[in-house]
Design a protein around this ligand. Structure first.
Ligand code: PGA
Length: 264
């Protein structure tokens, strides 16, 4: 159904029964764009939220129902200091969950080099690659409990472009589980907020009760750099928000009016 944010931005809200259905609905949007071989420039997040989406896309590819052979892919962010061979790097994650299981041409896959020596150049190259690809047609986002999108942490400016950032303490605590016995990374490369907002379509996904407050503040709070996701309210393109019931629990939505899942 169509919903409005605090400042009147219209968006499509889909409430799914659980994380698998969030992934299935997100995959429907990919199918709509790409089908069996249409071109598209897609940008993907990491984390636990999008895993059902990637599982679904891999399954659809196996069945011959989707092909990415004419698509380009970008990852949203990357830890500074991890090579792509490190299993905690986002490039490794994307290979494992999506790229190795589908037919994205290897040359059309873009990710940050976490080990780049010239940081500014790495960021500039990334923005240039996005522009050269014609801009991002479909960009997926998760959300941090602190309201971050990609690694635009609280304090991030609406005009920010691709850059290296310092990770917040909250984020570092959240990722600590992936770095047992070690300090988690302190820095990361990320697409900026303005870069994200230059996509044509954005799909924000969230699951679980610990995201309910961030979702509420993002969509129903005043846009502020304290909650970077709230800048999605000034997005000029098509915004689709896919939540499970737990993540939507603070929005006070009427589930009967919402586009809930019925498709099998
Ligand atoms: P998660 O991370 O999907 O693992 O919850 C989302 C984020 O931090 O952006």
């Amino acid at each position: 159904m169509e919903y409005k944010t605090a400042i009147g931005k219209k968006f499509t809200l889909i409430i799914a029964r659980g994380p698998e259905e969030v992934g299935a609905r997100a995959a429907d949007i990919v199918m709509e764009l790409v089908g069996k071989g249409r071109p598209g420039v897609l940008c993907f997040p990491t984390g636990s939220t999008p895993i059902p989406l990637y599982r679904r896309l891999a399954g659809l590819y196996r069945k011959g129902l989707v092909s990415f052979r004419n698509c380009k892919a970008f990852t949203l962010d990357e830890y500074r200091g991890l090579p792509s061979s490190n299993k905690n790097s986002f490039r490794f994650y994307m290979e494992r969950h999506l790229f190795s299981k589908t037919d994205f041409p290897p040359r059309a896959i873009h990710s940050f080099n976490g080990m780049a020596e010239d940081i500014e150049m790495e960021c500039r190259k990334y923005e240039e690659a996005i522009n050269k690809a014609g801009g991002i047609s479909l960009l997926f986002l998760g959300i941090g409990a602190n309201g971050h999108i990609a690694y635009n942490e609280p304090g991030s400016n609406q005009c920010s472009r691709t850059r290296m950032v310092v990770l917040s303490q909250e984020t570092r605590r959240a990722i600590q589980k992936n770095f047992p016995g070690k300090y988690p990374p302190q820095y990361a490369f990320t697409l900026g907020i303005a870069t994200i907002l230059s996509a044509k379509t954005i799909v924000l996904m969230a699951t679980g009760r610990d995201k309910a407050r961030a979702i509420f503040r993002a969509l129903k709070g005043k846009p502020t750099s304290d909650v970077p996701a709230s800048f999605l309210q000034s997005f000029k393109g098509r915004l689709i928000v896919i939540l499970d019931r737990d993540a939507s629990s603070m929005l006070n939505v009427d589930l009967n009016r919402c586009q809930t899942i019925s498709r099998k």
